[in-house]
Ligand binder design. Structure first.
Ligand code: MN
Length: 420
């Protein structure tokens, strides 16, 4: 697939994350006005809400772009998503007749504030990174052996939608209960093992029916697009609470997503083969069109007083063992209703190399081997004032498709009586 050229010159730059091939969905505001739907193109945002209001862009009889979320478009289904894409390609392609008219609806990205691109209906986080699962086994149980179920079932837990925030939102260090190794009793206070998790989130666009299973082919069609996702984790809170029911407060305080939802259509050219499987999957998880994508991912950390960020990990979305469509199929197969706006985290994406690990728990090996940043500082876990940024892009022939940065800064814990 080659670069699709646009009359918007900045969209033809081989380094931009937003060429005509991408057209990601976001929600923006300018100078404190009403947040509304927009599309990124080069270094601009196309105000598609204003175009809809002006009668220039209609994908259905109702207004669906004047709201601060893309859920109404999701609900229209894949045919409508395609209609919108075809209209946008027509407006923005090189030589478009409507160029002069459409140019009036362009706003520099430098001027806009980005908001949550969707109303997150529910959030489920999975565990599909094999290297991550092996690393966590080694660190926590002394063995990289995968749990007996791991190669067969997309392991996940039901997380919180209420604390999913858009890139740029500060997060306070969470308070909680922990028990220091060897201590008899737990303590209460701020986490001392704050971590990030590098993930990709899949956005469910159309739902399923309560009580009815779905196939992997149906699941693939239901996916609207993808975001970068940082599943912030408090490892010490998690370690004390997780037995026997799994993650709870150690994961509930914050999940950061990128401001742009990359359409699944934009990632079609980057589908890749499924991973090598030691054991076959059960038939209900077989995919005819495999839902794996080649998307380069990286993580940067910037301490409060550091002049620049240090890149601490590089990996690829193709390292996951279960696709988003397989996870969605498994989620719904019991009869669990899935809805527009449901968010599915891939699980931490670690590659086999030491500098391809998707969390500080792995990168610093639970603090035993602190990382040295470019600035000479060391890190075992995230400290107050640190900004973590995830980036990702699919590399085409002379163009790339990206998500915009997925950033979050950690602020000190809010004081509460009873700290240990
Ligand atoms: Mn996670």
């Amino acid at each position: 697939m080659k670069l699709m050229r646009s009359w918007m010159q900045s969209a033809n730059d081989p380094e931009t994350e937003f060429p005509l091939n991408n057209l990601p969905y976001g929600v923006f505001s300018v100078d404190g006005d009403e947040p509304r739907c927009g599309i990124a193109i080069g270094d601009m945002v196309l105000d598609v809400a204003a175009m809809e209001a002006a009668g220039l862009l209609r994908i259905t009889d109702d207004f669906v772009l004047d709201v601060p979320f893309w859920n109404e478009v999701m609900e229209l289904g894949p045919e409508a998503w395609k209609r919108l894409r075809v209209l946008l390609l027509g407006f923005l392609g090189e030589g478009a007749e409507s160029q002069e008219q459409v140019a009036k609806y362009m706003i520099p990205q430098a001027r806009v504030r980005m908001h949550m691109p969707l109303l997150v209906a529910e959030y489920t986080d999975f565990y599909a990174g094999m290297q991550h699962a092996k690393n966590m086994g080694s660190i926590l149980r002394g063995s990289p052996d995968l749990p007996a179920n791991w190669l067969h079932i997309p392991i996940g837990y039901n997380g919180r939608a209420s604390s999913v925030v858009v890139s740029g939102t500060d997060i306070h260090r969470p308070l909680g209960q922990t028990r220091v190794a060897g201590a008899d009793a737990p303590r209460f206070g701020p986490t001392e093992r704050l971590d990030f998790e590098l993930e990709v989130g899949a956005i469910v666009g159309t739902g399923s029916v309560l009580g009815q299973p779905i196939t992997t082919a149906q699941a693939d069609k239901m996916i609207f697009g993808f975001v970068l996702l940082n599943d912030w984790s408090a490892r010490d809170i998690q370690a004390w609470e997780y037995q026997p029911l799994g993650p709870f407060q150690g994961k509930a305080f914050g999940t950061t997503i990128s401001p742009w939802i990359v359409p699944k259509a934009a990632l079609e050219p980057f589908r890749c083969a499924e991973p090598v499987r030691e054991v076959p999957l059960l038939p209900y998880l077989h995919e005819k069109t495999q839902g794996f994508y080649n998307v380069a991912l990286e993580v940067q950390i910037q301490p409060a007083d550091a002049p620049r960020a240090s890149t601490i990990a590089r990996t690829n979305y193709n390292q996951v063992y279960f696709s988003a469509a397989q996870q969605l199929t498994h989620h719904a197969v019991c009869g669990c209703e899935m809805n527009p706006g449901d968010l599915l985290g891939s699980g931490t994406i670690s590659g086999p190399a030491r500098d391809a690990f998707g969390s500080l728990m792995e990168l610093s090996w639970a603090g035993e081997e602190p990382m040295t940043l470019d600035t000479g500082e060391t890190r075992s876990f995230v400290e107050d004032g640190d900004t973590l940024t995830l980036r990702g892009h699919a590399q085409g022939d002379g163009y790339r498709v990206g998500f915009g940065p997925c950033s979050g800064r950690i602020l000190p814990a809010l004081h509460m009586p009873g700290w240990a």
